[in-house]
Every structure is written in structure tokens, then in C-alpha cells.
Write a protein that binds this ligand. Structure first.
Ligand SMILES: Cc1cc2nc3c(=O)[nH]c(=O)nc-3n(C[C@H](O)[C@H](O)[C@H](O)COP(=O)(O)OP(=O)(O)OC[C@H]3O[C@@H](n4cnc5c(N)ncnc54)[C@H](O)[C@@H]3O)c2cc1C
Length: 368
């Protein structure tokens, strides 16, 4: 019997299992397919709270707190696993191509500046000095020099190795088919590898979290939102920064690829790439960097973001079911939010502390 059973081996489950095991807990992590094989490996790996969260509030605070943890989190993982997760916090531009976009961006810039965030308003020569590959049509941009990206596939690999080294019981190819209850308490799950028992069970099954909780007739508003995304070769396109526009983003990775994306479309649990999806990605990014017209196309793929009804993750206990909690619904930012999620959820599972979880508690959707 484990102290903690974590159900779902994406970035959230792996990060949580790693953190709990570092705190001395006996952890079992279960994944139905391959480690990180769903949304977590599909992601672009951007670490960009100031770009992603459009207003002050708990999401921005959480994102900024998680970004602060990243350098240490990545370095510790690299040292522990002798791997490289290719973290790069070397700057991000959010670009306006016309007057209307410029006005909207300026409003955002002003409140971010007032709140003391590291952002700069760039126009003209200053802008092309930061990113010479940017189109001449760029009117202005917010430059946030401390945001960036990570190679999320290498991060996933490092987390699997770290969990293994920490003694986490890793069960891949193990499908959870039921939640086991005894005297009103959740005592583990039923799975394709037999019964698994634990003091605490945590659902980290991404877009499938709603299906998982339906096994107890508990309804949580988590749905899959497909992201279609692609990669081109960086040969001849020496980009320095991540570029965000209203119709797409361009992420120059350290492995010779430029990741471009992404759609947000709802098609149930289908994650294939459609012609329309691919066309919208390509048309969305080329206006920002004209050199992309001649880039060598490498690949395209899709993934299912776990979205909640109010756009905030679900973190903490499931009301009415002792021994059961959830960490999910991270939508567009699960890679960014994984270190802080692991920390806050481990604080809850280890000490019962919900200090930071208040805005994200499942009780906002579920009553006992
Ligand atoms: C195209 C795209 C681009 C993105 N870009 C970024 C980005 O730049 N930055 C960022 O921070 N985030 C990004 N995201 C979002 C990020 O990928 C997600 O928020 C994050 O991966 C969610 O992690 P997760 O572990 O909750 O879910 P998943 O990675 O989906 O993991 C859940 C796991 O649970 C398993 N599971 C489900 N049911 C069962 C069962 N019955 N039994 C056992 N296992 C089960 C699944 O197989 C899956 O592996 C992007 C997402 C997409 C799709």
C-alpha cells in the first residue's frame, strides 16, 4: 500500500510524484499509455505567464510564482538525472501589427508596469534590435525579458528518470477503470494491473479527469480542447526570442526546431491534425516572421488541453470523498504551472495545507 497513488502520468502527475517522493512519501504513479504521451508532450513548452494571463489575479500570481521556481526546479532535475531540459528564459515579444492591437497591448503594458513586472514597451529600431527577424510591419511590442520556454519532452523524460531514482513505483500501460471506496473513504483504484491501494489518491488525468470522477458520480467541468501545432527547421532563421501575435506564436527551441502554433478547437477526444488546422497555424505565424515562408516543414501534431469551465485549474480535495483529490484543468499552461502545482499539492497531501489552493478548490463546482 502506498502513501499516495497518482493517476495520470503527464507533466502534472510526474511532477507531483517526484515532489512527494522527495518529501519521503511512498508513491505509485499510474499511466494508461506512455509517460507524458498526451497533452504534455504536445505542448510548445512556453513559460510565459505575463503573456498568457490577461489580467491581474490568482492565475497570474500562480504563473509568476511557478516561473520563479523554474530555474531551480530545472537545475535540480538536471543534476539529479544528468540530463538537459533546455530551459531558456531569454525573452518574449508580444507584437502588435496594427493600431487596434497596439491600443490593447498598451493597456496591458501599463498595468503590468504599474504592478512592477519586468516588461518594456518597444517600437521601431528598438524592436528590430531585440528581434531582427521580425516583420517591418510590427508597430510595437511588449518585451518581457525573463519569460521563455523549455523542451517539455526532455523535461518529461527527466521527470520519469527522477521518479525512478526516487523509488516511485511507475506503472505505465496501466488503465484505471474504477475508484475503490470503503466505508465512504477512497482507498485506491481498480486497474488493468489489478487493485491498487493507497492512503491518498490524486487524479492527474488531464482531459480525462471528468471521466475519471464520473466513476463516483461526481461531475467536474473538465473538457478537452484540441491544440494543433507544428515544427519547422530553424536553418536560416536565427530567431532570438519567442514571438506572440494575435493569430499565433513562434518558439525557437534549442534543438534546431521552431515550434509554431496553435489552434484551439473543440472536437471531443480527437487529436489528429486537420488541413484547416494546419492552414490556420501557417497563415497565423508567417505575417510576423516573413522568413518562415521558406522554412523547411518538419512535422505537425495535436494534443488535448484540459480546460475547466472558469479557466482555472482544479487543485485540492474532492468534497464528500475523503482520501481523494485532483490536480488538473491547467488548460494552456500545464507546463508552466507544473512546479508550483507539485509544491502546493504536496503541501496539501503532506500537511493538509490548502493555504494557496483557495481560488482553485474543486468545491467551487462540487458540493458534498
Ligand atoms: C498544442 C498545445 C500547446 C501547448 N503549449 C503549452 C505551452 O507552451 N506551455 C504550457 O505551459 N502549456 C502548454 N500546453 C498545455 C499543457 O500541455 C497542458 O496544460 C498539460 O500538459 C496538462 O498536463 P496533464 O498532466 O494535466 O495532462 P496530460 O499530459 O494529458 O496527462 C494526463 C495523463 O492521464 C492519463 N490517463 C487518462 N485517463 C487514464 C486512465 N483511465 N488510467 C490511467 N491513465 C490515464 C493520460 O493517458 C495522460 O497521459 C499546450 C497544450 C497543447 C495541446
Amino acid at each position: 500500500m502506498s502513501d499516495c497513488l497518482v493517476v495520470g502520468g503527464g507533466i502534472i502527475g510526474l511532477s507531483l510524484a517526484y515532489e512527494l517522493s522527495r518529501r519521503g512519501m511512498a508513491v505509485t504513479l499510474v499511466e494508461q499509455g506512455e509517460w507524458g504521451g498526451q497533452a504534455s508532450s504536445a505542448a510548445a513548452g512556453m513559460l510565459a505567464p505575463l503573456k498568457e494571463f490577461t489580467a491581474p489575479g490568482p492565475m497570474l500570481d500562480m504563473g509568476v510564482a511557478s516561473l520563479r521556481l523554474y530555474p531551480q526546479w530545472a537545475q535540480t532535475l538536471e543534476e539529479f538525472t544528468a540530463g538537459d531540459v533546455q530551459v531558456s528564459l531569454e525573452g518574449l515579444l508580444t507584437v502588435a501589427l496594427n493600431e487596434e492591437e497596439q491600443e490593447q497591448l498598451q493597456t496591458k503594458y501599463h498595468w503590468q508596469k504599474e504592478k512592477g513586472y519586468a516588461v518594456h514597451w518597444l517600437t521601431g529600431k528598438e524592436l528590430t534590435e531585440v528581434e531582427p527577424m521580425l516583420t517591418d510591419n510590427a508597430q510595437a511590442a511588449i518585451y518581457s525579458p525573463r519569460e521563455g520556454h523549455i523542451n517539455n519532452r526532455l523535461l518529461l523524460r527527466a521527470l520519469v528518470t527522477a521518479c525512478r531514482l526516487q523509488g516511485v513505483k511507475l506503472l505505465s500501460g496501466c488503465v484505471v477503470s474504477g475508484i475503490a471506496v470503503k466505508a465512504g473513504k477512497v482507498i485506491g483504484v481498480e486497474s488493468s494491473m489489478g487493485p491498487l491501494r493507497a492512503e491518498q489518491t490524486v487524479i492527474t488525468s488531464g482531459a480525462w479527469a471528468g471521466i475519471m470522477l464520473e466513476m463516483l458520480n461526481v461531475s467536474v467541468p473538465v473538457r478537452p480542447v484540441r491544440g494543433q501545432i507544428a515544427a519547422v527547421s530553424s536553418v536560416g532563421i536565427p530567431l532570438r526570442t519567442v514571438i506572440f501575435g494575435t493569430s499565433g506564436y513562434i518558439t525557437p527551441k534549442k534543438d534546431g526546431k521552431i515550434v509554431i502554433g496553435a489552434t484551439e478547437d473543440e472536437s471531443g477526444f480527437q487529436r489528429e491534425v486537420t488541413m484547416a488546422g494546419l492552414a490556420s497555424i501557417l497563415n497565423g505565424v508567417m505575417p510576423y516572421v516573413p522568413a518562415l515562408h521558406t522554412a523547411a516543414f518538419l512535422e505537425a501534431w495535436g494534443g488535448l488541453r484540459p480546460a475547466t469551465a472558469d479557466g482555472k485549474p482544479l487543485l485540492g480535495p474532492i468534497p464528500g470523498w475523503s482520501g481523494l483529490s485532483i490536480a488538473g484543468g491547467h488548460f494552456r499552461n500545464g507546463i508552466l504551472l507544473s512546479p508550483i502545482t507539485a509544491k502546493w499539492m504536496a503541501d496539501y497531501l503532506e500537511q493538509g495545507s490548502t493555504e494557496h489552493l483557495e481560488p482553485f478548490l474543486p468545491s467551487r463546482f462540487i458540493s458534498e
